[in-house]
Design a protein around this ligand. Sequence first.
Ligand SMILES: *Cc1c(COP(=O)(O)O)cnc(C)c1O
Length: 436
Amino acid sequence: MKFYSTADKSNIVSLREAVLGGMPKDKGLYMPESIPRLPESFFESMATLDYQSLSFEVARQFLDNDIPAAILQDIINEAINFETPVLDIENRIKTLELFHGPTLAFKDVGARFMSRLMAYLIKDSDHKLTILVATSGDTGSAVANGFYRIPGIDVIVLYPDGKISLIQEKQIATLGENITALKVAGNFDDCQRLVKAALVDPDIKKSLMLTSANSINISRLIPQSFYYFNAFRQIDNFRSISIVVSVPSGNFGNLTAGLIAKRMGLPIQRFIASTNINHIVPDYLENGRFEPKPSIQTISNAMDVGNPSNFARILDLYATSWTDIRRAIWGTYFSDDETRQAISSVKKSCGYILDPHGAVGYLGLKKYLTQHRNVDIGVFLETAHPAKFKDIVEPVIQDTVEIPKRLADFLNRKLQSQNLSNRYEDFKEFLLSNSD
Ligand SMILES: *Cc1c(COP(=O)(O)O)cnc(C)c1O
């Protein structure tokens, strides 16, 4: 399949270029040329398929001509190596837990798939691929772990000194081998500026094959549609009842992947775009105006996004029709106080511990169900394990959050990051001295 840019539909590229290039030069985002509808027989048999076979059927619709079937299945088996269970929370409310991967957040799914796909796409190249990623926390840890020990690929993660949590730093900076962690004397914007400058620097292009690994890469989006199918597979009679899905959102990659699943025929009646007070998309759904703003810090910090990068894809999927987008997505947002309140009340009523992001998803769903009585089941996505946000969650529930073993293992490892100033010349020198 080929991919076009949302900014210019005549700008059509191969899978290889879309994945390794990341972002079109016209500043649009890549979209698959078509989104095939899966046959009825697929949905009939969905409940009997396992997660990996199901993911293969979905992926094949986009990647069939570019990747041999056996290799695609291998990529999926390696990438999708943890479950995404659906659990009952309350009457009519279920959660889809996406945090059972190595870094305990849903970004593991996209990062693990992207890494294996990239490794396949560069396998005949003479040069190593170097991936640069600027992170404010979660993306860097998922990417670092997703690419750890992937042959032919080096990853350099830039993170702001003192501005990410210890858990996140340990997940980024203790791996070593093909993962280099640079602790930048500056903020996240400095990290991003250094990465962007390097990606367009002709001196560096001469000696390094560089790309980025941010959330707009199409190879992260495609696998994120897999778990929507895997969720419905776990719900009895999913074809004959009405189901809505609430997605706690920041850059809207997760929700966009859900829209793709819906376009492929998965019977998702409607999406709920649940955000924190960075409510750019809920405002658009309300008044038709998309007005990016500087982001505001909240306790659901992976959703502190003032200019949601996947919005262009949502517009593209619905040919910019506000009416159609509103039919598919309902938006709402919540304050930190409301989020804390939800964490506390759900713990009290059913013993379940939400993380701050999942709590926003839960609140959005709850609000929707109160106003829409004709829905049978609502599912909210739980995007991170509460232990990743211990500092916020524990005082609210007045109890301890158990740390899963794979997180505890990270905490016991030694940090091995290198310091970097926020000057581009220093970063450039670092990159050139590391190329060979
Ligand atoms: C990245 C992230 C989100 C937001 O996902 P988008 O695809 O950017 O909307 C939500 N929750 C957690 C825990 C995240 O890491």
